[in-house]
Ligand binder design. Structure first.
Ligand code: ZN
Length: 149
């Protein structure tokens, strides 16, 4: 068994230093803004969704703490190439996991399982989930900016 806490810190550091998909795709046709006032995390998530409801490209921009940035980086890596439906299912599994739920699909979450550590730091849950709420808003064309409050 790998030490989840060590793995968590390693992955957060890595994605914070070199966030994946940190850009606005030129042909993005979905976007939403998310804000976590408790911590000051503030991001915009962009996506390109094609006529088959596939997420062909995704990116994010903004500022925030290491956890929020690593979460957004890992989220974009995870859902790129997936269907909107799969991304939404992933969000539901992830939400269950970091809020301490028991009924979620560990295999589907893969590397995102390191965020199960966040359960131990309740004040950081909002940091870790902000990007997912923002993605959800973007995919569903919700007009109101997302806030974790
Ligand atoms: Zn934060």
């Amino acid at each position: 068994m790998p030490d989840m806490r060590e793995l968590y810190q390693e992955i957060i550091l890595d994605h914070n230093k070199a966030p994946r998909n940190y850009r606005k795709p030129d042909d993005a046709n979905r976007e939403a803004e998310g804000y976590n006032p408790l911590c000051g995390d503030h991001y915009t998530v962009f996506a390109r969704v094609d006529s088959n409801q596939q997420i062909t490209d995704i990116g994010f921009e903004g500022v925030g703490c290491a956890i929020s940035k690593a979460a957004a980086s890992m989220m974009t890596s995870m859902v790129k190439g997936k269907s909107v439906e799969e991304a939404e299912r992933c969000f539901e599994n992830y939400r269950q996991m970091i809020t301490g739920g028991k009924d979620y699909d560990r295999d589907a979450l893969g590397k995102l399982m390191v965020f199960s550590e966040v359960c131990n730091y309740p004040t950081r849950i909002k940091c870790a989930i902000l990007c997912w709420h923002t993605l959800h808003a973007a995919l569903n064309n919700l007009q109101e900016p997302v806030t974790t409050e």
